[in-house]
Each structure stands twice: as C-alpha cells, then as structure tokens.
Design a protein around this ligand. Structure first.
Ligand code: PRT
Ligand code: ZN
Length: 213
C-alpha cells in the first residue's frame, strides 16, 4: 500500500489561510484551524502537519514531511536542501533595505561600515558580498523596524508588502534585495510512489491556478 504524502503547512500566520484555500480548491479536504497539529485528509492520501514556517524547510529536508509551503525568503534563508517544485503566487512580498527618512542615499555603498538590523542575515550577507559592501549585520528575530529609532542599527533589512510599517516607523525603502512568494518545496529524494502523488497534486494545483488566470 502506498503511504500518504506528509505536507507541512504554517500553523498560523500569513501563509496559513491561502495554503488551506489552495488545497480546498484542489478538492482535498482536511480539518484546519481546530488547534490540532496534524490532520489526515478524508479524500486524498495526505496527512497535514501544522508548524512554524521557519521549521518547515528543515522538516522537509529531513524527510519528516515530503512537501511544505513556505515563503521563498524563508526557504533560501534557512539554506536547507529542498527542491522548489512550484511557485504558488500568494504571500508576495519583498526583502528591502530601509534607512531613516530624510537620510541621504546615493546607493548601496553608503552602507559601508554601517550596522544593519535584520532577521535575514544570509540573504543580506550574500547581497552585500555580491555588491562588494562591507557592513555589520546585526541579527534580530523580530520588530526589526524599531532598531534605527533606538540606536541599535543605522539601517534595516526586512520584509515589506504595503510599506506602511516602514512608514510608521520613520523609515524609507531604498533598495530591494529579494522578491518572494509562497512556494511548494519537496524532499529531493521522494519514493516513486510519493512522486506519483506529488504529480497528481501538482496537476490539480496547476488547474486551479489556470482557472484563475
Ligand atoms: O509564527 P511563524 O514563525 O510561523 O510565522 P512568522 O511570524 O515568522 O511569519 P508570518 O506569518 O508573518 O509570514 C510568513 C511569510 O509571509 C513570510 O516569510 C513572507 O514570505 C510572507 N509575507 C508576506 C510577509 C509579509 N507579506 C509581511 N508583510 N511576512 C512578513 N510581513 C511583515 C514584515 O516583517 C513587516 O513587519 O509585515 C510587516 C510589513 O508589512 P507592510 O504591509 O506594513 O509593509
Ligand atoms: Zn516564522
């Protein structure tokens, strides 16, 4: 007998509702939002695990889950060995550098020798290295936008969607370093049986997306 696909979804956050809706539109039913941490689908061979988004790439790399939905920003930042098998088109955002409003800006080299607060040290570090800029990356796990105002850093590098959080913290966006959306990731060594199930699922996802365009 084929074992069910294990699919890791964000428990509660910006990816959760759209991830659930996607499976619903694919005709795959499971309990969601009940507080349970796992749920077996009643009409597709799949079991869903509800986790923090940051943990999903690791679970997929280790094979605890076969598939997962995360932001591309998180997948790249964690650097886990997972395959990106499909872009899902929701939870779009960008990772941008921002500085206090009114500060002069002539380009990324202005950050040389400055300190930048971020929750994305890998993505930022790679970008700065690529541009030949040497700056001090200060890693913090949340409320990054507050850092310049309290003297913790001279700039920030954070996720932006509408831009209103930057605005209300007196910051201006000066450079976008990465564009992200929700992606479907997979363990790179799925069994042939599981790959057949993934292909079935992808076929449905593509049909749902095509119907929307
Ligand atoms: O609890 P858990 O760890 O699972 O969730 P989380 O709090 O780490 O993540 P969550 O739910 O906030 O975001 C999940 C994913 O959604 C991110 O990894 C991104 O891929 C994507 N996403 C899309 C966003 C945003 N839009 C977004 N606006 N993630 C975060 N934000 C934050 C941003 O950090 C900033 O504080 O929203 C604020 C800015 O929003 P604007 O609209 O004011 O610019
Ligand atoms: Zn998270």
């Amino acid at each position: 007998m084929t074992s069910a696909l294990r699919i890791a979804l964000q428990k509660s956050g910006r990816l959760s509702e759209d991830s659930y809706q996607l499976f619903k539109e694919c005709g795959i039913r499971f309990d969601y939002g009940t507080g349970k941490l796992r749920s077996v689908s009643s009409n597709f061979p799949a079991e869903f695990l509800f986790l923090r988004d940051d943990d999903i790439p690791g679970y997929v790399e280790d094979g605890v889950a076969d598939l997962g939905i995360v932001g591309e920003n998180v997948s790249v930042e964690t650097g886990r060995s997972v395959s990106t098998i499909h872009k899902l088109g929701f939870s779009k955002c960008r990772l941008s550098i921002a500085i206090p409003r009114g500060t002069d800006w002539s380009g990324i080299h202005d950050l040389t020798g400055k300190s930048i607060a971020t929750s994305y040290p890998t993505l930022l570090g790679n970008y700065l290295k690529d541009k030949g800029v040497s700056a001090d990356i200060h890693e913090i796990s949340g409320s990054v936008e507050i850092a310049p105002g309290i003297g913790l850093a001279e700039a920030v590098c954070d996720i932006v969607s509408s831009g209103s959080t930057l605005l209300s913290n007196g910051l201006q966006e000066v450079e976008t370093i990465f564009r992200s959306e929700a992606i479907l990731i997979a363990n790179p060594e799925l069994t042939a049986d599981k790959q057949t199930l993934v292909d079935k699922l992808l076929f449905r996802i593509k049909a749902v997306q095509a119907a929307k365009n």
